[in-house]
Design a protein around this ligand. Structure first.
Ligand SMILES: *Cc1c(COP(=O)(O)O)cnc(C)c1O
Ligand SMILES: [Zn+2]
Length: 436
């Protein structure tokens, strides 16, 4: 029996991990990577914890990465010399006092990473897998993705590190300047299309029907395997204690599925004895999962995604919908949404507590605040919010908020700069007035 393989999430058909395949040939379902869990049970839960804890103190290749420290659970098929790592994972888990109407909130800072978002976690696995395929003789000319900004930044960086060409499809004018600069700097072929993310996603799926152009979007199960380490890392950082809730911004729905898979694996392998509840946070302007949740997931709703400040989750037809529903059912999940006004003010309030929240993290914090107000989440509950990207990628959002220039947003915490003549008395008076 192989250690790991692709398996259709609908009909269960299996495929070798070395095949270039994104959907099931029989039924068109998405594939998951599955592992020989019985073989992994040769170590007890306590032994796995001990091994992971020891590796977290090592600088030995490839365990200096939070993803590769869990290699047996993630991608054992890849030889160490084919691993392409930029030091992903092991991001801070911060305890923040008095946030979102709670005495304390834990914030998993996935944006403190090489390209500034959690996408690095999945991309290290995908690009390493491609490098392995190439070294095993598979003809791959390039890797390609559609992106709302962060996927392309990560793919371009890892592909550059691996010296593999990257092709990036972006919805023209719908991503931040920082996110556009990243793939350009890494030498990717950057194609700005006159469409939205969903339109780019269609094109990339057609382009990658040519097997020599490898699809790097999160419908590719290898991405999910890397991203699933986030939940494992959170529990490890909490001293192997399971939080009551994990709140996560959700767009194309790969990450929420990944979170579920990592935690499920910990449960199966005896590292934890209970599961947290998961909250998927969506922007009201792009809320297909929320709409589906309202019908108890009876059917998949898609929407025409409207413009949202949370541009990384401006997605109307999420690819990993079925995977996400599976996770939400298994984790007694909730989906809630936040308006532009709510997400922007929640991000600003977090910044006042010393964070530097991206708009997507603003969505998660605003949703958390709602659920606390509603009594769904108790003040005594331990809550982790997944911060998905670094605020520095969203400078226009910050500046416009504080200039009160965001439409549909009342900037309740605006703090515009004060311009004064270089006169000591005027300056003194103003400081006294500000501190009064
Ligand atoms: C990609 C992304 C998301 C959404 O993740 P999905 O897997 O698409 O649901 C959220 N926030 C940021 C910053 C992202 O880059
Ligand atoms: Zn199938």
């Amino acid at each position: 029996m192989p250690q790991t393989w692709f398996e259709c999430i609908r009909c269960g058909r299996k495929y070798p991990i070395s095949e270039v395949k994104y959907r099931c040939e029989s039924c068109g379902g998405l594939l998951d990577v599955e592992h020989d869990v019985d073989a992994l049970k040769s170590r007890s839960g306590a032994e796995w914890k001990d091994l992971f804890a020891r590796r977290s103190r090592m600088s030995k290749w490839p365990y200096q990465s939070g993803v590769w420290a869990k290699k047996e659970w993630v991608a054992p098929q890849i030889d160490d010399e084919n691993i392409v790592s930029l030091g992903e994972g092991y991001t801070p888990l911060l305890r923040v006092k008095d946030l979102a109407s709670l005495p304390e909130v834990w914030v998993k800072e996935c944006g403190i990473s090489h390209t500034g978002s959690f996408k690095d976690l999945g991309m290290t696995v995908l690009v390493s897998h491609v490098k392995q395929l190439i070294s095993d003789g598979t003809q791959i000319r390039a890797v390609a993705c559609a992106s709302t900004g962060d996927t392309s930044a990560a793919l371009a960086a890892y592909a550059a590190a691996a010296r593999i060409p990257a092709i990036i499809f972006l919805p023209r004018g719908k991503i931040s300047t920082a996110q556009l600069a990243q793939p350009i700097a890494h030498g990717a072929i950057v194609l700005g299309l006159e469409t939205d993310f969903d339109g780019c996603m269609k094109i990339v799926q057609e382009i990658t029907e040519d097997k020599s152009i490898y699809l790097a979007n999160s419908m590719n199960a290898l991405r999910i395997e890397g991203q699933k380490t986030v939940g494992i890392e959170i529990v490890q950082q909490l001293g192997w204690e399971v939080p009551d809730w994990i709140v996560i911004p959700a767009g194309n729905l790969g990450n929420i599925s990944a979170l579920g898979r990592g935690l499920t694996m910990m449960h199966e392998l005896g590292l934890i004895d209970r599961l947290p509840r998961i909250v998927a946070a969506q922007a009201e302007n792009a809320n297909p999962l929320y709409q589906s949740f309202l019908t108890n997931f009876d059917e998949q709703r898609t929407v025409m995604a409207r413009t949202t400040l949370a541009s990384a989750i401006q997605i109307g037809s999420p690819v990993s919908y079925e995977r996400a529903v599976k996770a939400l059912r298994a984790f007694d999940g909730i989906v809630e949404q936040a308006s532009e006004d709510e997400l922007a003010n929640a991000a600003a309030l977090a910044d006042r507590a010393g964070l530097y929240a991206c708009p997507q993290t603003g969505v998660a914090l605003a949703v958390l605040e709602k659920l606390v107000a509603r009594g769904t989440i108790k003040r005594s509950d331990r809550v982790v919010v997944i911060s998905t990207a670094h605020g520095l990628k969203f400078t226009d959002f910050k500046v416009d908020y504080h200039q009160k220039a965001l439409s549909g947003v009342v900037s309740r915490y605006a703090n515009p700069p004060v311009y004064l003549p270089a006169d000591i008395d005027t300056v003194r008076k103003r400081i006294d007035a500000e501190l009064a």
